[in-house]
Design a protein around this ligand. Structure first.
Ligand SMILES: Cc1ncc(COP(=O)(O)O)c(C=O)c1O
Length: 382
């Protein structure tokens, strides 16, 4: 069997002095978390425990939503949402051609065909291209608030209403992101799906996800689905899944969520500074932000000339730049069975050749951002 590629990636990332991943720092004040974990052991409270309920209540407050349901991962959040809505074999679900694989993966494992829509310059789904993709089989739209930038939800909801489709938001990058009316991610669709993987803005010590909804019926169904469909120890109402957010992870989340306002503020500040310093560079095109929207910069990305060479150059200079992602969803082997081919989504294909991500997290110092900028300038001036 091939060696786990993640290990190689972590080893390469470890050598970087300005890191994209900052796990040890992020989890540095872990004493309080260990105390909570000790309590879960003391109370024998390992699944669906009191910390999970507390965490869900807190999450609702931050995200300004009525209900939330802790689940195993962001992927499960999307998958379970689709299952709760009755998505099944033969259905079609519309989603952008550019995202992390899990968005499409969750649709496929729910039994449906992912029908891709091209993206715009802001890397979000092009709402004007959705209607053309709707067929008799279409049941739902899964927009992705990529890197924490809210999609044009007004238009997407309008289309969904017109064609009687569900909207499940992939808000995995978008905790605390909102639109110009201060409507928070996870409040537009029937559900919003968040990831708390260690690399996300809000994270736990492993995998974790959470679903938000303002719909009581869906809330109740999701609570059943994540826990085998049990209404009591001895009574199973519907067949479901085992995808609970572990109580231990909920305890971690309870501590980490206290920092989310600070984390978000720092990421936004860093992104603004990078935008300010990079905007005059003729080899770079910045991603435009919409007025009054709050993007939360899970990633800081821009378009650039000689992208791969710049990426190599930055990495040689120990700056952990990354490509998210070099290939759009429809060009992966996994999507081949649906008949997609090169040329189907020209914007996604073109933009994924030009986009680069540089570190933006809350621990970066101004002088480190200046160093990154200096190196980018050096690359283009030499
Ligand atoms: C856009 C998007 N959707 C879904 C997911 C899946 O989240 P998880 O890794 O928690 O399953 C990710 C993870 O990175 C993501 O980036």
């Amino acid at each position: 069997m091939k060696k786990n590629f993640l290990i190689n990636q972590y080893l390469a990332d470890k050598k970087m002095s300005i890191k994209h991943n900052y796990l040890s720092k992020q989890f540095q004040n872990s004493k309080k978390i260990f105390n909570l974990i000790n309590n879960t052991v003391k109370f024998n409270d390992f699944t669906l425990g009191r910390y999970l309920e507390k965490f869900e209540t807190k999450f609702c407050k931050y995200q300004k939503v009525k209900y939330s349901i802790g689940v195993g991962s962001g992927t499960d959040a999307i998958f379970l949402s689709l299952k709760a809505l009755g998505i099944k074999e033969g259905d079609e679900v519309i989603t952008p051609a550019y995202s992390f694989y899990a968005t499409a993966g969750a649709i496929v494992t729910a039994g449906a065909k992912p029908v891709f829509v091209d993206i715009k310059d802001d890397l979000n789904m092009d709402e004007n291209k959705i209607e053309k993709k709707i067929t008799k089989k279409t049941r739902a739209i899964v927009p992705v608030h990529w890197s924490g930038r809210i999609c044009n939800m007004e238009k997407i909801i309008e289309i969904a209403k017109k064609f009687k489709l569900f909207v499940v938001e992939d808000a995995c990058h978008a905790i605390l992101a909102h639109d110009y009316k201060k409507r928070y991610a996870g409040n537009f669709g029937i559900t919003g799906c968040f990831s708390m993987h260690p690399l996300k803005n809000l994270n736990v010590w492993g995998d974790g996800g959470i679903i938000t909804t303002n719909n009581k019926t869906i809330y109740k169904k999701l609570k059943l689905l994540r826990n085998h469909g049990l209404i009591s120890r001895d009574n199973c109402k519907i067949y479901g899944y085992n995808s609970r957010l572990d109580t231990i992870q909920a305890a971690v989340g309870l501590e980490m969520i206290k920092k989310i306002n600070h984390i978000t503020k720092k990421r936004i500040e860093n992104a603004k500074y990078l935008n300010f310093r990079l905007k005059e560079n003729k080899n770079i095109k910045l991603i435009k932000e919409q007025k009054k929207y709050r993007s939360v910069f899970h990633l800081y990305q821009f378009y650039c000339k000689k992208r791969n060479k710049l990426n190599n150059f930055l990495r040689q200079n120990k700056i952990d730049s990354k490509i998210h992602y070099p290939k759009p969803l429809h060009l992966h082997l996994a999507a081949k069975k649906f008949g997609y081919k090169r040329g189907d989504y020209p914007c996604a294909e073109n933009l994924s050749k030009q986009v680069i991500s540089i570190p933006v997290h809350e621990f970066i110092k101004r002088k480190q951002l200046d160093y990154i900028i200096k190196k980018i300038e050096k690359f283009y001036n030499s």
